[in-house]
Design a protein around this ligand. Structure first.
Ligand code: NAD
Length: 291
């Protein structure tokens, strides 16, 4: 299977990062989003992110221009049908993802591979809603995509070897490292990371520490480069809550129950950096803890 044209669904923080690395690796990218604002902003955001690599001499101005020229956008999901591979990176809600795949299926080329960047949702269940479970798998990038080395590749129960090999080939061309994970809730990285973040929110909720003391404790005491609450804001609190719910429902174990304070922040629309407020308030010059 030769992969040259890749469709990306969702122009949020992950979709933009995925389009960025694919285009720099020479793939033609067609990106879509239901939000015209997100789609219109994408070239500017990706350009600004590539500028950081230009400043560090990792990418030349010419390579930047070529990469940006390879990224096209469309408001019409079904335009992605004729691509070789589709990476879905829309909001972490199963109903949203199922609707995207169901709308896409009648317009797909016969060999097009479908993948999801989901952080936690069952690949087998998503695949079962398409006409090609054998050509469906999880393609899970880490955030920020241009910086993080790992991509988790997740086989659904029906994924065939050629599909896995084609996706692994894409990861290799991106210069990243693939880790193979089985299709159980939240796979490897988030199965371990999210309960730690959720526990940090419980630690805050129970008054054991403040936002600042929890984050500095984990940075200085466990040598983590970011504190867990800072990291939660970076990931998006809605995404963190959605992943905890998938772990809780999928593994039916109360140890995964989402902290009520996390739910409260999401209910308030305080989703972290993307909405300018989460465990920190980002509206001023420096982030200010909200508790
Ligand atoms: P985001 O909120 O930044 O972006 C999601 C985008 O999807 C938005 O622009 C939204 O308009 C768009 N969207 C919603 N419904 C759509 C539809 N029907 N069709 C097309 N676009 C639609 O979220 P994100 O952080 O980029 O996360 C996207 C996916 O990546 C999720 O599945 C998430 O679990 C996964 N992910 C996130 C992270 C992270 O750290 N944030 C890391 C790895 C994987």
């Amino acid at each position: 299977m030769t992969i040259e044209r890749i469709g990306v669904v969702g122009a949020g923080q992950m979709g933009n990062g995925i389009a960025h690395v694919l285009a720099l690796a020479g793939y033609d990218v067609l990106m879509t989003d239901t939000s015209a604002d997100a789609l219109n902003a994408s070239h500017g955001i990706i350009g600004a992110n590539i500028d950081r690599q230009v400043a560090r001499d990792k990418v030349s101005e010419g390579e930047k221009a070529e990469a940006l020229a390879r990224i096209k956008t469309t408001g019409k999901l079904t335009d992605l049908g004729p691509t070789d591979l589709i990476i879905e990176a829309a909001t972490e809600r199963e109903a949203v993802k199922v609707a995207i795949f169901e709308d896409l299926v009648p317009h797909l080329g016969k060999d097009t591979i479908l993948t999801s960047n989901t952080s936690s949702i069952s690949i087998t269940r998503l695949a079962s809603r398409t006409d090609r479970p054998e050509r469906f798998m999880g393609f899970h990038f880490m955030n920020p995509v241009p910086v993080m080395q790992l991509v988790e590749l997740i086989r659904g129960i029906a994924t065939d070897e050629a599909t896995f090999a084609a996706c692994r080939g894409v990861v290799e061309r991106l210069g990243k490292t693939a880790a193979s994970a089985e299709d159980f809730p939240a796979f490897i990285v988030n199965r371990i990371l999210m309960p730690m973040i959720n526990e940090a929110v419980y630690t805050l909720y129970e008054g054991v520490g403040s936002v600042a003391s929890i984050d500095s404790s984990m940075k200085l005491g466990a040598n983590h480069p970011m504190g867990p609450l800072e990291l939660a804001d970076f990931i998006g609190l809605d995404t963190c809550l959605a992943i905890m719910n998938v772990l809780h429902d999928g593994l039916a174990d109360t140890k995964y129950r989402p902290c009520p304070l996390l739910t409260k922040y999401v209910e308030a629309g305080w989703l972290g950096r993307k909405s300018d407020r989460g465990f920190y308030d980002y509206r001023g010059e420096v982030p200010v803890p909200t508790r």
